[in-house]
Design a protein around this ligand. Structure first.
Ligand code: SIN
Length: 308
């Protein structure tokens, strides 16, 4: 096979990586090229891949420690804890809770003290039109703000609230999700450990800034959210079956566009790797980790939620 090719897909972020078969072990030189391209382009698209959950898990491990989705067990693939189902295809006759995930601008697991590093989504089935995923480059966003605004944001911390995940969810699941993931404080601006660049870390799941009231915080959060998703910062990915898309949650936000015919299937599998511990609970008395196991032992959530 000829060498890997890397082709940008937009000025803002994103590159297509071709001439590589991810169902086979990736050589260290290819992996280095992929990781360098990831640092540079933030989002990578690998078209025409033939993956299953196990192969996806294997490739993901090149990007760090696998997340087993203990913070959201209801989204798990029925056979693989480390794989999330993003699918409106019924599982055992029921719509899976992951059917409508991610339909507001966010970065993965920012409602935990250890938010995600890489996320990978593999497209198995797609609707005839719609169901795209959009990404925004949060380095470019931060760099485009005025020096005074950057200085102000550098001193802020955002309170990230799982209650602000996209709205189309079963209320019982959302309640369990909130109990397992109490509000978490993260810096409003992060320095990427590899690129050394600073990126805005505020999105639609930030409720307020620590030390500020909601009334003071909300207009600034709204401004930053609107500013971040201007077309100049965004790449919109139109999926093809066989695409694997990998993004860096430390410097990008994304949104699943829920604009497709619900009678058609959008069926994807997702993995993530664990990032650094950058957060702390808003309530300092909370001791990590809060898991579904803790809550079900305390009788706070029905065990049936695990299997819904
Ligand atoms: C997500 O991981 O937030 C969902 C991405 C998607 O389904 O496009």
């Amino acid at each position: 096979m000829p060498n890997i090719q890397i082709q940008p897909v937009s000025y803002a972020l994103g590159a297509r990586v071709t001439n590589i078969d991810l169902s086979k072990p990736v050589s260290s030189s290819d992996l280095k090229m992929i990781q360098d391209a990831w640092t540079q382009h933030v989002v990578l698209i690998f078209p025409d891949q033939k993956l299953d959950p196990k192969l996806l898990i294997e490739f993901t491990q090149n990007f760090g420690e696998l997340d087993n989705y203990a913070t959201q067990p209801f989204n798990r693939h029925p056979e693989h804890d480390e794989v999330m189902l993003l699918s409106n295809k019924p599982v055992q006759g029921k719509i899976h809770p992951g059917a409508n995930n991610g339909q507001n601008w966010h970065t993965d697991l920012s409602y935990t003290i250890r938010p995600a590093k890489a996320t990978m989504v593999y497209c198995i089935e797609k609707p005839s039109v719609g169901g795209d995923t959009m990404f925004a480059n949060m380095y470019a966003v931060y760099e485009a703000l005025s020096p005074k605004m950057r200085e102000f944001l550098d001193g802020l911390e955002g309170i990230n609230d799982v209650g602000l995940v996209s709205t189309r969810r079963d209320p019982a699941i959302l309640e369990a999700f909130k109990r397992m993931n109490p509000p978490v404080i993260h810096p409003a601006v992060r320095t990427h450990p590899v690129s050394g660049r600073r990126a805005l870390y505020v999105n639609e799941r930030v409720r307020s800034f620590a030390g500020m009231t909601e009334a003071e915080s909300k207009p600034l959060i709204r401004f930053l959210c609107d500013f971040s998703v201007q077309p100049r910062f965004v790449y919109r990915h139109q999926w093809s079956v066989g695409d694997l898309v990998v993004w860096d949650n430390r410097c990008a936000i994304h949104l699943a566009v829920g604009d497709y015919n619900p009678a058609e299937y959008r069926h994807m599998i997702r993995t993530s790797t664990m990032g650094d511990y950058i957060g702390k609970y808003e309530d300092p008395h909370i001791k990590p980790p809060m898991t579904m196991d803790h809550l079900s032992h305390e009788g706070q959530v029905g065990v049936s939620l695990l299997h819904d």
